[in-house]
Design a protein around this ligand. Structure first.
Ligand SMILES: Nc1ncnc2c1ncn2[C@@H]1O[C@H](COP(=O)(O)OP(=O)(O)OP(=O)(O)O)[C@@H](O)[C@H]1O
Ligand SMILES: [Mg+2]
Length: 252
């Protein structure tokens, strides 16, 4: 094997696929540059691709229902949201401190959007995040409890420094489901960050969890280190619908 073949073989075995694919054409135009400059260029391209591949994979496994960012959010439509609180969350200090975030508010005000935007921010900084609806979470916990692998499931979730549990309150939980939810909340308490969203105020969580003592224990843990964002406003979905119906009225 000559040096050319050997270099390609090394690059392939080392998994440096970007360099392997680009080195020939790059050297054709840049072979007279200083060696360190060439190495600098090739390695930085490899790293860039590796990061974007990793980000892509993290996004794929995140379970996010859509990929929207903070830039896609129209804050002027939702003036009850304090922008400085969102800016603080975007620094991701809450993740490093294992703190929680709760978004409360009626349908369509952007609870899921803002949660996903924080999740996207986390993934872009190389911190994996995982989204799950509250219903799916308790279904999964219940199935794994029945299969005697609840501990394994909870350990799997704890790999995620950030989890988003969306839509607490849309369906009331049975006593058993509430108990499993409590175990989930406890497992993350002061160890991992979780974003929760709900259309129900905290005083209604007793009904949601079917037991006021259980709800108090859950809330005590969630709220101990937590940023609560209570969104009071109109549904963004409704805004689009109003606009469309106005257009239809004008056409008629
Ligand atoms: N202020 C906003 N700017 C831009 N898009 C918004 C805004 N608020 C909501 N949206 C969009 O409107 C839709 C509904 O928002 P979202 O799903 O976040 O609402 P939600 O509060 O989670 O409602 P629900 O309780 O019904 O789940 C989404 O497509 C979201 O991207
Ligand atoms: Mg939602």
């Amino acid at each position: 094997m000559d040096s050319y073949e050997k270099v390609h073989e090394y690059l392939s075995r080392l998994g440096l696929t970007t360099i392997e694919n680009t080195i020939d054409s790059y050297l054709e135009t840049s072979h007279d540059r200083p060696f360190m400059e060439i190495l600098d260029h090739l390695l930085s391209e490899e790293l860039k691709h590796k990061i974007s591949r990793k980000t892509e994979n993290m996004l794929k496994w995140s379970g996010f229902p859509f990929h929207k960012t903070m830039d896609d959010f129209d804050f002027s439509f939702q003036p009850s949201i304090d922008r400085s609180v969102i800016d603080e969350l975007m620094t991701m200090r809450y993740i490093h401190n294992n703190e929680n975030v709760v978004f409360l508010g009626p349908p369509g005000v952007g609870k899921t959007h803002l949660s996903i935007a924080l999740g996207m921010r986390s993934i872009m900084s190389d911190i994996p995040a995982y989204y799950i609806s509250a219903v799916k979470l308790v279904q999964t916990l219940k199935r794994d409890y029945d299969l005697k692998r609840l501990e394994y499931r909870i350990k799997t979730y704890s790999r995620f420094k950030l989890m988003i549990v969306d839509e607490i309150g849309y369906l009331p939980l049975t006593r058993e489901e509430s108990n499993l939810f409590f175990q989930f909340v406890s497992s993350r308490y002061e160890k991992r960050s979780t974003i929760y969203t709900s259309n129900k105020s905290f005083s209604e969580w007793g009904e949601v969890l079917g037991d006021s003592v259980m709800a108090a224990a859950v809330l005590d843990r969630i709220l101990h280190h937590c940023t609560v964002i209570n969104i009071k406003g109109e549904s963004y979905r409704l805004k689009d619908r109003k606009k469309n119906s106005l257009q239809t009225m004008r056409k008629e």
